[in-house]
Write a protein that binds this ligand. Structure first.
Ligand code: NAD
Ligand code: UDP
Ligand code: UDP
Length: 343
């Protein structure tokens, strides 16, 4: 109908009173926790772009206002500084629950806080979903498979996770979050969706976030050696952020609870990744070996047949196509940083 600006000040009326968005769909009010972060901010752009109202909840631990500043002033966008560990009252139709640090460097920084975020934060968002009848989507992780003994990983695999290691706050935190999600579904009838996300990269990642793609790209741009941990033969599968966002929306809108692996099956060793970054950014880039971290998974690659079949989703952007899209954003931000320092 093209009339949403005229209606944008109307109060929320629940499932029956929503404003039409185009033909056949009502505008929804959607919460995105962690919406000022890397993945969350891209998801918010997509939801705002299709005409919905979005409320971002973020405590800015790893997120940044810069990621959503272009939406300030949009009457369908709202940003709340709030920690999901504390309860909150809102009236919404859908909850995308992303709040949680994702880089190992960040989630190990305060492991108890990471567990609280995953357990109490997820509990609060499920309590909210139950109270208002909203549909809830959890962004879980490939880390629930631990250092996997099956390759590639299918959703039916239960994983090989160390319960007392340095990564456990995240791995076991997400496993508990999945358990809570299924218990609210079975026990309270909450409509839920579970995504298991594999390594994702793209614009707006924190420059010094510690994850391998952001490290290599920032290092190559700054003419520093790329730091390869261990022998560099461990593998990961890298997904471009727009593919992930499409998958999350397909999952939320679809009929299936999951869990669903969302990732790009293209598998690379860290040495191969360094080679692609070198080709993309600087043929003279070098590498430097560093000791690996504890419990580092040796290999990781999603089996995505379930998402292909039931969500009609698969990633479209290869690493060689996606990296340049991230590099231009990183170049701009590193340049601004240097200018800020008077360089
Ligand atoms: P990110 O660190 O960029 O974003 C996380 C956001 O959550 C940040 O904005 C942060 O400030 C916010 N946050 C953290 N703790 C919070 C709390 N207690 N209360 C409110 N806000 C809080 O990470 P990302 O890469 O965008 O990851 C988003 C989600 O996807 C996470 O749940 C992560 O576990 C999951 N995931 C991501 C990847 C990936 O490769 N990016 C892989 C697997 C799973
Ligand atoms: N909760 C919330 N917002 C709501 C409803 C619940 O933050 O709108 C929190 C609530 O404070 C509680 C958690 O979600 O800590 C679980 O709520 P639930 O009603 O399932 O359990 P109970 O409150 O009975 O423990
Ligand atoms: N890694 C690396 N150099 C870096 C950062 C990470 O070689 O500068 C390796 C790390 O040891 C792991 C892989 O890259 O084997 C992926 O690490 P990341 O922290 O990006 O994500 P993870 O998949 O471990 O959560």
């Amino acid at each position: 109908s093209g009339s949403y600006s005229a209606d944008s000040n109307k109060p929320f009326h629940g499932k029956v009173g929503r404003v039409p968005v185009g033909i056949g769909r009502r505008r929804m009010r959607i919460v995105v926790t962690g919406g000022a972060g890397f993945v969350g901010s891209h998801l918010v752009d997509k939801l705002i772009g299709r005409g919905d109202e979005v409320i971002v909840i973020d405590n800015f631990f790893t997120g940044r206002k810069e990621n959503v500043v272009h939406l300030f002033g949009n009457p369908r966008f709202e940003l709340i500084r709030h920690d999901v560990v504390e309860p909150i009252l809102l009236e919404v139709d859908q909850i995308y629950h992303l709040a949680c640090p994702a880089s190992p460097v960040h989630y190990k920084y305060n492991p108890v806080k990471t567990i609280k975020t995953n357990v109490m934060g997820t509990l609060n968002m499920l309590g909210l979903a139950k109270r208002v009848g909203a549909r809830f989507l959890l962004t879980s992780t490939s880390e629930v498979y631990g250092d996997p003994l099956q390759h590639p990983q299918k959703e039916t695999y239960w994983g090989n996770v160390n319960p007392i290691g340095e990564r456990s706050c995240y791995d076991e935190g997400k496993r508990t979050a999945e358990t809570l999600t299924m218990d609210y579904h079975r026990g309270a009838g909450v409509e839920v969706r579970i995504a298991r996300i594999f390594n994702t990269y793209g614009p707006r990642m924190c420059l010094d976030d510690g994850r391998v793609v952001s490290n290599f790209v920032a290092q190559a741009i700054r003419k520093q050696p790329m730091t390869v941990y261990g022998d560099g033969k461990q593998t990961r599968s890298f997904q471009y952020v727009s593919d992930l966002v499409d998958g999350l929306v397909a999952l939320m809108e679809g009929e299936h609870v999951g869990p669903f692996n969302l990732g790009n099956p293209g598998e690379f060793t860290m040495l191969e990744l360094a080679e692609v970054v070198k080709e993309t950014i600087d043929p003279s880039a070098t590498i430097e070996y560093k000791p690996n971290t504890a419990d580092d998974p040796h290999m990781r690659k999603p089996d995505i047949s379930k998402a292909k079949e039931l969500l009609n989703w698969e990633p479209k952007i290869s690493l060689r196509e996606g990296l340049p899209l991230m590099v231009s954003d990183f170049r701009n931000r590193i340049l601004n940083e240097d200018e800020g320092k008077g360089a």
